[in-house]
Design a protein around this ligand. Structure first.
Ligand SMILES: Nc1ncnc2c1ncn2[C@@H]1O[C@H](COP(=O)(O)OP(=O)(O)OP(=O)(O)O)[C@@H](O)[C@H]1O
Ligand SMILES: [Mg+2]
Length: 249
């Protein structure tokens, strides 16, 4: 199988507090892998290891089949882009938002300075942002718009893997649905590979091809989404599924 990213027997934590214990997971190319589990189960920690932001104490991370060791090269950094719950962190409040996309493209070589402006404009239009959006400051946007700007910024550098960590969790239901629809459309348009982290199984069901369940720093089960939603393999998977209020988008 062609995997964009693979975690093999990863242990990781903060200081002397272990969090991940023997976590293995595969993100096949062009699939959306949903990572679910209760708060504190280690989802964001696994994402940080995948993105190269946290060094594991044991195990191996493979990106495009290559083992990652030590600091990642600039080229490898481009390959994995993240969108977080709070988009503020990825936008400079003093710069017009188009510039965030343009600088990222020029830095990673996905556009020249001359091409970047037009490319940013087109990408932001695709995110259904207003035509004047590239020239405005971050504070002039709603939460949902900022999240779509963060998504545009991440996609501007043409990543191999997009990690969305609770990227829609802070949004109102209707705004969240718009973002999820966009992610689904972009997935097929751009052949994206996504690690989609959410504690909301309704959201996972809507966007994901595969489901990975974590609890207390371990992976309990991993299977295609339709199989998981028909019949979870573990007792905990069943509990998770039973505890969701059924919101059908
Ligand atoms: N920067 C940090 N320093 C110390 N401990 C941390 C740090 N970040 C997370 N932890 C701890 O690691 C454990 C796993 O946290 P993590 O953020 O990975 O969980 P999560 O599954 O993403 O939870 P949530 O659904 O609330 O986002 C928790 O016990 C948490 O308190
Ligand atoms: Mg988290």
């Amino acid at each position: 199988m062609d995997a964009v990213l693979e975690l093999r027997h990863i242990c990781a934590g903060y200081g002397d507090q272990p969090v991940l214990e023997d976590v293995s997971l595969v993100i096949p190319r062009h699939r959306v892998v949903g990572l679910v589990g209760e708060s504190g189960s280690g989802k964001s920690t696994a994402a940080r290891v995948a993105a190269g932001l946290l060094t594991p104490t044991a195990g191996e991370v493979l990106l495009d089949g290559q083992p990652m060791a030590g600091r990642r090269s600039k080229a490898d950094c481009r390959k994995v882009q993240m969108v977080f719950q709070n988009p503020e962190g990825s936008l400079n409040p003093k710069h017009r938002v188009g510039r965030a996309l343009e600088d990222a493209m020029v830095f990673h070589g996905t556009a020249t300075r001359g091409e970047a402006r037009e490319k940013a404009r087109r990408l932001m239009a695709r995110m259904e942002l207003p035509a004047d959006a590239p020239d405005r400051l971050p504070r002039s946007f709603s939460g949902g718009q900022k999240q779509r700007i963060a998504l545009a910024r991440a996609l501007a550098v043409e990543p191999e893997l997009l990690i969305a960590d609770e990227a829609t969790s802070a949004l109102d239901v209707s705004v969240q649905l718009k973002m999820l629809e966009l992610i689904r459309a972009l997935k097929s348009e751009r052949n994206l590979t996504i690690l989609f982290i959410s504690h909301d199984l309704g959201v996972i069901r809507y966007v994901c091809d595969d489901v990975v369940v974590m609890r207390a720093g371990r992976v309990l089960e991993a299977q295609p989404a339709d199989a998981f939603f028909r019949r979870p393999q573990t007792e905990y998977g069943r509990e998770l599924l039973d505890s969701v209020p059924r919101i059908d988008f």
